[in-house]
Design a binder for this molecule. Structure first.
Ligand SMILES: [Zn+2]
Length: 126
């Protein structure tokens, strides 16, 4: 495991996360919101993530089932991490928002057909 740091564009939101040694498993999702935001998911258990600053800078957005809580910086708009529907016990950290790029292995997730795709999500439950 390695410790990484990251956050939003304006640095209001800053976090530390512990993730696997690279290459790090990552998920590229084509759902309506991930497609627009270009979010590249690294799933991090809540216990391996610490929000250092920015709690009060985060805005929340929910749609559809409302299960996912999409968080973004209210100042710069960057979405550096959020609560995904797929992993209730983890945050999804945006690989593009880490201070130093990490090598990733990307799995594709067909979020446009979420109910079907979740059954086959690699690493689910591990
Ligand atoms: Zn910001």
């Amino acid at each position: 495991m390695i410790e990484v740091r990251g956050g939003c564009h304006c640095n209001a939101v800053r976090f530390t996360a512990t993730i696997p040694q690279p290459p790090v498993p990552a998920i590229d999702c084509n759902c309506s919101i991930c497609r627009m935001t270009g979010f590249l998911h690294i799933i991090v258990p809540h216990s391996d993530f610490a929000l250092e600053t920015g709690q009060h800078s985060l805005s929340s957005y929910r749609f559809g089932t409302g299960a996912a809580e999409h968080l973004f910086c209210s100042k710069c708009g960057a979405k550096s991490f959020y609560q995904p529907r797929s992993h209730p016990d983890s945050w999804s950290v945006n690989a593009h928002c880490l201070d130093e790029p990490v090598e990733v292995i990307v799995d594709w997730f067909d979020g446009q057909h979420w109910e079907e795709a979740i059954k086959d999500l690699p690493g689910e439950g591990s």
